[in-house]
Design a protein around this ligand. Sequence first.
Ligand SMILES: Cc1cc2nc3c(=O)[nH]c(=O)nc-3n(C[C@H](O)[C@H](O)[C@H](O)COP(=O)(O)OP(=O)(O)OC[C@H]3O[C@@H](n4cnc5c(N)ncnc54)[C@H](O)[C@@H]3O)c2cc1C
Length: 466
Amino acid sequence: METADLIVIGSGQGGIPLASDFAQEGLRVVLFERDVLGGSCVNYGCTPSKAFLAAAHAAGRARQAEKLGIHTQVSVDFPAVMQRVRSIRDSFNQGVGKRLEDAGVKIVRAEASFAGERTVTGGDVTVQAPIVVINTGTSSLIPALPGLAETPYLTNRSFFELKELPPRLLVIGGGYIGLELGQGLARLGSQTQIIVRGDRVLDREEAEVSETLVQAFEQDGIKLHFNTKVEQVAYKDGIFTLTLDRGEVQGEALLVATGRKPNTQALNAGATGVELDDRGYIKIDDHFHTTCDGVYAIGDAAGQPAFTHVSWEDYRRLKAILSGEERTRSDRVLGYAVYTEPQVGRVGMTLEQARQKGINARSATLQMSQIARAIEWGHDLGFYRMVIDNDTDKILGATLVGYEAAEIVHVFLSLIEAGATWQLLERSVHIHPTYGEALPSLARLLIDNTNAKPTPPMRSEPRGSL
Ligand SMILES: Cc1cc2nc3c(=O)[nH]c(=O)nc-3n(C[C@H](O)[C@H](O)[C@H](O)COP(=O)(O)OP(=O)(O)OC[C@H]3O[C@@H](n4cnc5c(N)ncnc54)[C@H](O)[C@@H]3O)c2cc1C
């Protein structure tokens, strides 16, 4: 049996930099990876999906340019679109391998499992180390639908291998993966139908977010089936048939995007005393520590908000903790985005979440149709909302639905991190005419409320909104 200073299981977004940094500092680091290096983000998540959406949204915008008086005929070279996606993905993937090798990390290309306390085995390698970090991520949760397993359905794993544009696409699932990829293929030319079990898409978001996306999707010609159950899946002569509780739908491709499950089954976590919760996620404390001494878990498998920037920030914090600093994981402001068009940018708490925590909160909402830039550019679907604490005036959260909302929401990330009040945003002089200019206008809406305490200097007319 080998010994090392650090074992990392999984080359996810936190595991790669953690392994590289410590190896560069001279520690003996062994990293186990059972699949391609770089994990979900690089290979079958963020990178390929966003490269794919760049093409899809370009096609969508070209079609929508009609309303600006520009008439175009969109012709999609689907093989070229997907080839570009795969080549970006491959270049990112190669960069990961090089980074780990240059740092001196020993890479074991095998599925890892615990063989005892802080002892990990995979392939023909067994290693023991005082510190083990689990960064094994998640994979698609496939529902037990009759007939599904026998069909060549797509998940986010196989989606980016598509060589031809399916004339008709069926999507099961109204979460962000189904929506992004579904809208993407629709914009490239597939007739798309999305089957949703509940009564709205993105059901963890505020109702207005779901309603706005439905409007946008309908403009793209996407058919949404709400409150619909898939009872049977069949595949014959290149056609999928979904038997629904109400009717039947058909398509040449079927994307299953019904959620994620943690990659913890293969770990044999019990052998090292690591406990899982009832959904299989690794239990951790505020220092990423599992129930076994010396074993830590970061990223999606530890049940945290499943985003690349979270896993990466876990790495920074865990590195500090392992280096003897006092850091925790919970004192951070997190945000995320959905890359549909319009985009959804979220940070901090919604009004409902704040009130559930007993905070005396209120919100202001500005419709995109009130924002000069949005009208000028023809992207007037959506809204900006900010939640504040009435007692402290601090900004608690924001929901932005609109063009490039994923970029603009960063203003709120920094403001909340800084503990800023809404008055600070209100008196900021933002550039005209921009989407960002609407943010002080949004804050200004809070002035009319009797509880508000406006601070000078104030402008009599909000610019950037009508
Ligand atoms: C379609 C899609 C789009 C996404 N888009 C975004 C986005 O735009 N922005 C964003 O922030 N996030 C996005 N995500 C989420 C993001 O990809 C993940 O949150 C991110 O990769 C962090 O994951 P991680 O570090 O926990 O592990 P992962 O990146 O999932 O890596 C885990 C690695 O561990 C390996 N592994 C698992 N078990 C074992 C084992 N027993 N032995 C050895 N190796 C093992 C896996 O093979 C994998 O390589 C997207 C995800 C998907 C699926």
